[in-house]
Design a protein around this ligand. Structure first.
Ligand SMILES: [Cu+2]
Length: 118
């Protein structure tokens, strides 16, 4: 009888450990949600797509020239510059501080975008 009396306790212990495991797993998943992301901006049809990027500090913005002509990804204030990006070239920028950063293509005055980093 004693042996069987222990079974429910063991089951409770198992249930507790399962619940603890789920909590740990949930915590790990939410930590993953805060992992740095890469935001892709295509240069296409003389525009940046998307033109607005909402990022977090630690994220990366990756420009890819999928157009038929060269472009640049250049900070409007001159803080950074990809230089000439030929067709199919890629260039990335690590977001190191919060704020709003306007960017342009130095070849095409109409090409504008903005990164909002928090
Ligand atoms: Cu351009």
């Amino acid at each position: 009888m004693r042996f069987f009396a222990n079974v429910p306790k063991r089951r409770k212990a198992m249930q507790f450990m399962t619940a603890a495991g789920i909590i740990i797993l949930a915590a790990a998943c939410s930590a993953e949600a805060d992992m740095p992301e890469t935001h892709i901006v295509e240069m296409h049809g003389l525009t940046f797509v998307p033109a607005t990027v909402e990022a977090k500090v630690g994220d990366t913005v990756l420009w890819i020239n999928t157009d038929v002509m060269p472009h640049t990804a250049t900070a409007a204030d001159g803080a950074w510059d990809s230089g000439m990006m030929e067709v199919d070239d890629e260039w990335s920028l690590l977001i190191e501080e919060a704020g709003e950063m306007n960017f342009i293509c130095t070849y095409h005055p109409g090409m504008e975008g903005v990164i909002t980093a928090e």
